[in-house]
Design a binder for this molecule. Structure first.
Ligand code: PPE
Length: 305
């Protein structure tokens, strides 16, 4: 990762190399923090942030789940996000806000700890690679399942939740795949380690519902709204692993991954082993929206200028 100039930290712009945290930070020891990932797109009217307010609302919701009090208003943080991108210039395509319990005492109870907030941005490019974005990703089903809804708060983007994803991603990479497919605690399809999942069968699109322990993705929500414009309904329902093996198409969605076709799962080609027509249509439509070429969704873009 290339360093940028500044990171917003607790109300101030700090030099990239000085944006450090204390080793006794609760968020570091126990994962007591929440974060967001937000894309910045280049459009005809300059840089625009995609669904900024919706991402920041989820940020506050995630914080609420772990009782982390963010000492700034939503408007103030949305403005800070824009300011970070302005300060760091045109090469930036991804923003990472994070809020976490700071330092004060060692121990799980975070109640008296200060809240720390930072907003960084960077250049990310295609999440899993250029070839994957164009020709499709190869997945393996992870041997690590997602925790149950009794064991974790999976609708919240909590730092500590991600160790499960890290284990799965390590396994996928070690086995030569691009990404891991996570099953939920009863064995149904949940999502990728950092993406939601959709499948297409006989022209019908389905995606797992929230009860499968998924993160309620902003990209997922965008596709739920966009797909009907293209003539496709989307059903939220339980999906089994072997349904994916006989699906016509599978694709992943996420801020980092955008719309990412899947060409293989567990060494089995999906559909023709290449991105299917509906995945490509949705990928193209989503890309038009993010580049400001679809008037209907113009309100999803926050221009910097
Ligand atoms: N599920 C998970 C577990 C997840 O982390 C993400 C985002 C999604 C679904 C898709 O949500 P949304 O971005 O709102 O459409 N993953 C973020 C983190 C990626 C990373 O490697 O870090 C992201 O895409 O920014």
């Amino acid at each position: 990762m290339e360093p940028t100039k500044k990171i917003w930290m607790d109300g101030k712009m700090v030099d990239w190399e000085k944006a450090n945290v204390h080793v006794l930070t609760h968020g570091l020891h126990y994962g007591g923090g929440v974060f967001e990932g937000i894309r910045v797109y280049e459009t005809a009217k300059g840089q625009a942030i995609f669904r900024l307010r919706d991402h920041m609302i989820r940020f506050y919701d995630s914080a609420k789940v772990i009782e982390l009090k963010i000492p700034y208003s939503l408007d103030k943080l949305c403005e800070a996000v824009k300011e970070v991108v302005r300060v760091n210039g045109p090469k930036v395509d991804y923003i990472r806000p994070i809020a976490y319990y700071g330092t004060g005492a060692v121990g799980l109870n975070p109640i008296r700890l200060p809240t720390k907030v930072a907003i960084a941005c960077m250049f990310m490019g295609p999440y899993l690679g250029d070839d994957q974005q164009r020709n499709g990703a190869r997945l393996i089903t992870s041997s690590w399942e997602k925790p149950s809804n009794r064991a974790a708060a999976l609708n919240a983007k909590i730092c500590g939740n991600y160790i499960n994803s890290v284990l799965a991603r390590l396994e996928a990479v070690r086995k030569g795949a691009d990404e891991a497919l996570m099953l939920d605690s009863v064995g149904n399809v949940a999502e990728g380690t950092g993406e939601n999942l959709f499948m297409v069968k006989n022209g019908r699109i389905s995606t797992p519902g929230m009860a499968s322990g998924i993160l309620g993705g902003i990209t997922r929500d965008s596709i739920l709204q966009l797909a009907p414009d293209l003539g496709f309904g989307v059903t939220e329902r339980n999906i089994t692993r072997s349904e994916l093996f006989v699906a016509d198409e599978v694709f992943l969605t996420g801020t980092a991954a955008e719309v990412l076709p899947v060409r293989e799962i567990d060494d089995r080609p999906i559909g023709g082993g290449k991105p299917g027509p509906i995945s490509l249509k949705i990928q193209r439509a989503f890309s038009e929206v993010t580049k400001g070429k679809n008037k209907k969704y113009a309100h999803w873009l926050d221009y910097l200028k």
